[in-house]
Design a binder for this molecule. Structure first.
Ligand code: SF4
Length: 450
């Protein structure tokens, strides 16, 4: 399937705008959200908190990571990308796992994950749960609770297509009660206005309204935060910039900024490896040599520049609900730096961040493969998996310090996968956090964000 849609085939789409003074209720009505359809926005099962005392601060892991970097030692991961499943009820062509989605897999059980988390080391601060569709793993809440019990994790991101809003609401109620000092962010995938999103989703039922489910989930979580007084809870919308939606992204950005107002909006660039698998376009290398970015790459540059201007001028709210407003502004500043670096990569310039995958960033696949990043772990012709947890009795440290890990770690930044890499949570974020230069830049930017 090609997503390189010619201009004349671009589908029409609907843009919904509301006056700047509109209330949340008016905004919900404008986008067709009726939260009374869902049981678990207003209702919840009362649950006791897990009695766990842990230092979940970011300072200690960062200091240790900086020292390891300075002295050339192998770091313990600060950030983990954990693919809990590659099963999905949708089949989108731009997915990182488009080629292997729903292939028969033997994903790690809760018990196996618990054993692994117990050996993750003392630096882990952030986990990104991804898939496949994360909420299809029936033990997702228990997995998050295991991370909370067994590691010093502070911040958890769950990427979801929000196919069933009530499922996400129930998970939210549970995690916000059992893990009260965990910062939980839902990252909901949405590819633009309704017509474009629903065409991109490739759901089994033609009348399935994936867009409405995502929008309802976003509003539901925002309402739950108010009604139940949940702190450290965020919901962001995530859009992948592709040849199929780039023509609508200016309008979509305005709709997100002015009508939907999620806590945050992410624009991710279509992954290089997915581009080559599914698209009729020149290779990344050929595009860089010619100096001609694809139109969707140009659109990424334009929109992320606009995001930066709007965040710094206060037009776009980009503030996480973290323990303090300063923490939230720092996180937002890190996003702006990450997007600036991706713009450099698109232009063929050397990235300013030096990838720390395999040191401060770790990857665990659904079947137990450990690597530095998803590109290393899933390269079909030159696989760079450090080892499989099942072969090491679930001892993450044994894999992380193995001979294979050292060999592949030495290839970080130097492999073909690395040229053109724009993996935010695996390349950019861990690297920014262990760079004095970028932390200083983030601090300066954060003071302009309010
Ligand atoms: S640059 Fe990208 S592909 Fe290379 S190791 Fe880092 S995250 Fe992986």
């Amino acid at each position: 399937m090609s997503l390189a849609t010619p201009l004349e085939q671009e589908p029409p789409y609907t843009v919904i705008q509301v006056p700047p003074t509109a209330t949340d209720e008016e905004r919900m009505q404008a986008v067709g959200t009726d939260l009374s359809r869902y049981q678990w926005v207003d209702d919840r099962e009362e649950l006791p908190p897990l009695e766990i005392e842990r230092n979940r601060g970011i300072i200690r892991p960062l200091v240790k990571a900086h020292f390891s970097k300075i002295f050339g030692q192998v770091s313990q991961p600060v950030m983990l990308t954990h693919i809990v499943t590659t099963r999905c009820n949708y089949s989108c062509g731009f997915c990182s796992f488009a080629d292997t989605l729903n292939a028969i897999s033997d994903e790690l059980s809760l018990e196996e994950i618990e054993k692994t988390y117990a050996t993750m080391g003392g630096n882990l601060n952030t986990i990104v749960y991804s898939g496949g569709e994360t909420t299809l793993h029936k033990n997702l809440p228990e997995i998050i609770e295991a991370a909370y019990r067994l590691t010093p994790v502070k911040s958890v991101y769950i990427i979801s297509n929000a196919w069933k809003p009530d499922v996400l609401f129930q998970i939210t109620h549970r995690i916000k009660q059992t893990c009260p000092d965990l910062h939980l962010t839902w990252s909901l995938s949405i590819e633009g206005p309704k017509e474009i999103n629903n065409q991109a989703r490739h759901t089994r039922k033609e009348d399935w309204d994936a867009w409405q489910n995502t929008i309802d989930t976003m509003w539901g979580i925002k309402q739950m935060r108010k009604r139940f007084g949940y702190t450290e809870l965020d919901v962001q919308l995530c859009t992948v910039c592709t040849p199929a939606n780039r023509h609508a992204l200016d309008d979509w950005y305005l709709m997100v900024r002015d009508t939907l107002q999620p806590d945050k909006w992410n624009l991710n660039l279509l992954r290089k490896s997915v581009q080559m698998g599914n698209h009729e376009m020149k290779s990344w290398e050929a595009r860089r040599q010619s100096g001609n970015p694809e139109p969707f790459e140009q659109k990424y540059i334009e929109i992320t520049r606009r995001v930066r201007e709007d965040v710094l001028s206060g037009k776009l709210k980009f503030l996480y609900h973290t323990q303090s407003p300063g923490d939230g502004a720092m996180k937002s500043a890190v996003d702006l730096i990450s997007q600036a670096d991706n713009r450099r990569v698109i232009r063929g310039e050397a990235p300013s961040v030096c990838c720390r995958a395999g040191n401060d960033g770790a990857y665990i696949g659904s079947n137990g493969e450990v690597s530095g990043c998803e590109e290393f772990a899933n390269n079909p012709t030159d696989n760079k998996t450090f080892g499989n947890l099942r072969d090491y009795d679930y001892n993450f440290q044994a894999i992380w310090n193995s001979e294979a890990a050292n060999r592949f770690r030495a290839q970080v930044n130097k492999s073909p996968e690395c040229y053109g890499c724009t993996l935010e949570s695996q390349k950019n974020y861990p690297s920014i956090l262990v760079s004095f230069k970028h932390l200083w830049e983030a601090r300066q930017l954060s003071q302009q964000i309010n």
